[in-house]
Design a protein around this ligand. Structure first.
Ligand code: LMR
Length: 397
C-alpha cells in the first residue's frame, strides 16, 4: 500500500528547523521558527516555571485523567488573564472553555467546532497569515477565504481594505484575527483600529476568532489584550485560542486554551457540550503538566509577579535586537531604509526579503529564515546580529 504514497512537502516553518538541525556548518543561525532565545542563544526555562514545577513535584498528586475540557481552575485563570478578572462575560458565565494541547490544538478544536455547529460558515484569514492556519482549517473541512491585511508598500495595516472586506463578509462567517504581534508581519491594529474592526464585525454579523499566542510580547500583558477586550462587548460572541508556548517559554509542554464566548450562560452550556464532543473523539482529554504550571503561576501573587518580570525581559530583549539589526544593517552599508522593523511588534520582522534572497541566505550563509521573508528577531543575539546584517547585505546587494 505505502509504496503508492507520494511524499508531502516539508512544513514551511518546522521543516526549516529540521533542515537547520541537519546542517553541519558551524556558523549556522536559525531565525525561522518562533522560539525565543536569550542573548546566549538558549531558550530559557523561566524561573517562575522552575519554582512552580518544584511545588508541583513536592505536592505529588495523581496522574489520573483530567476532565475532557481540562483543569477548570486553569481555564478560569486563562479567561481572567485574557479578559481581566472583572469582565462581564466571566461574571455572566458566558464562557465555554477547554484546555488544549498548545495554541495549535486550540485552533484545531475551534475548527472542528465550527465545522460541527456552523456547517455553512467560511473562515476568513488575513493575507498573509501563519502558514499553519490554512492547514488546520482545511484538515477540519472548513471553507476558507482571505481578506487584505498588509500594505507592503507602506509597511502598514491595510485598514481600509480590511474594513471593506469585513463589510462584505456574509453574516455567520468567521473572521480569524491575530490578537497581537501579527504573525508573520508584526503589524497590529491600533486601539482605534480595533474599535473599527469590532464595529465592522458586529455590523456584518461575523464571528471573530482570535489567535492569541503572544500576549505580553508587544507592549505588556494587559496592553496586548486591548483588541480582545474591544471585541468582547456585552453579549458579543467570540472564539479565542490562547497559547502559552512563548510567554511562559513552555513550548514542548503544549499549553493552550480555547474559549467560546456565547451570548448567554445557557448558550455557553450547550457550546461546552459540543466542545467536549469534538475533543473526546480527537485526543480525549488534555495532558496535565503544562496547564498545572501555568495555573500555579497565575494563582500565586509572587510567582505571577516573577512571570510578568520575565515576560518583560523577553519583550525588551526582542525590541533591543530589532534596533540592533536596523543599526547593523546601516553599519554594513546595506542599501535601503530598514527602520520600519523597529515599528513591528512581537517576535517577528517581515523583512521584505524575496524567496530567492531567503534561499541564498540558507544555501550560501547557513542563515535560516522563513520563505515569506519573516525573521525571528528573538533568535538574534549580540554575537550573531552583525553577521546576519552583513549576509543580508550580500544577498540584497
Ligand atoms: C511560528 O510561527 O514560528 C510558531 O508559531 C511556531 C510554529 O508552530 O509554527
Amino acid at each position: 500500500m505505502f509504496d503508492q504514497v507520494a511524499a508531502a512537502p516539508p512544513d514551511p516553518i518546522l521543516g526549516l528547523t529540521a533542515a537547520f538541525r541537519a546542517d553541519e556548518r558551524p556558523e549556522k543561525i536559525n531565525l525561522s521558527v518562533g522560539v525565543y532565545q536569550d542573548e546566549t542563544g538558549k531558550t530559557p526555562l523561566l524561573e517562575c516555571v522552575r519554582q512552580a514545577e518544584q511545588r508541583l513535584a513536592e505536592a505529588a498528586g495523581t496522574k489520573s485523567y483530567l476532565p475532557i475540557s481540562g483543569l477548570a481552575d486553569y481555564t478560569a485563570a486563562v479567561a481572567e488573564l485574557a479578559l481581566g478578572g472583572d469582565h462581564e462575560a466571566i461574571a455572566g458565565k458566558r464562557i465555554a472553555a477547554a484546555q488544549t494541547p498548545g495554541g495549535t490544538g486550540g485552533l484545531r478544536v475551534a475548527a472542528d467546532l465550527i465545522h460541527a455547529v456552523l456547517p455553512d460558515a467560511t473562515i476568513w484569514l488575513s493575507e498573509p497569515t501563519w502558514p499553519n492556519h490554512p492547514n488546520i482549517f482545511a484538515a477540519a473541512g472548513v471553507p476558507m477565504k482571505t481578506y487584505p491585511y498588509f500594505d507592503a508598500a507602506g509597511d502598514r495595516l491595510d485598514i481600509e481594505g480590511m474594513l471593506a472586506a469585513i463589510g462584505d463578509m456574509p453574516s455567520g462567517d468567521v473572521l480569524l484575527l491575530h490578537g497581537c504581534c501579527h504573525n508573520p508581519t508584526g503589524v497590529d491594529p491600533t486601539p482605534k483600529q480595533w474599535r473599527q474592526i469590532g464595529d465592522a464585525a458586529a455590523a456584518a454579523g461575523v464571528l471573530p476568532l482570535l489567535d492569541f499566542a503572544y500576549q505580553g510580547f508587544a507592549d505588556g500583558i494587559t496592553e496586548d489584550a486591548v483588541g480582545l477586550r474591544e471585541l468582547c462587548r456585552p453579549g458579543a460572541e467570540l472564539l479565542v485560542c490562547s497559547s502559552f508556548s512563548k510567554n511562559f517559554s513552555l513550548y514542548r509542554e503544549r499549553v493552550g486554551a480555547l474559549m467560546a464566548i456565547a451570548p448567554t450562560a445557557e448558550a455557553a452550556c450547550a457550546v461546552q457540550s459540543q466542545l467536549n464532543k469534538v475533543i473526546r473523539c480527537n485526543y480525549s482529554n488534555p495532558p496535565a503538566h503544562g496547564a498545572e504550571i501555568v495555573n500555579t503561576i497565575l494563582r500565586d501573587a509572587a510567582l505571577r509577579q516573577q512571570w510578568e518580570g520575565e515576560v518583560a525581559t523577553m519583550r525588551d530583549r526582542i525590541n533591543g535586537m530589532r534596533h540592533a539589526l536596523v543599526d547593523a544593517l546601516a553599519a554594513a552599508g546595506v542599501p535601503g531604509d530598514y527602520s520600519f522593523m523597529t515599528q513591528q511588534r512581537g517576535m517577528f520582522s517581515f523583512s521584505g526579503l524575496t524567496k530567492d534572497q531567503v534561499n541564498r541566505l540558507k544555501e550560501e550563509f547557513a542563515i535560516y529564515i522563513v520563505g515569506s521573508g519573516r525573521i525571528n528577531v528573538a533568535g538574534l543575539t549580540p554575537s550573531n546580529v552583525e553577521r546576519v546584517a552583513e549576509c543580508i547585505g550580500k544577498v540584497v546587494g
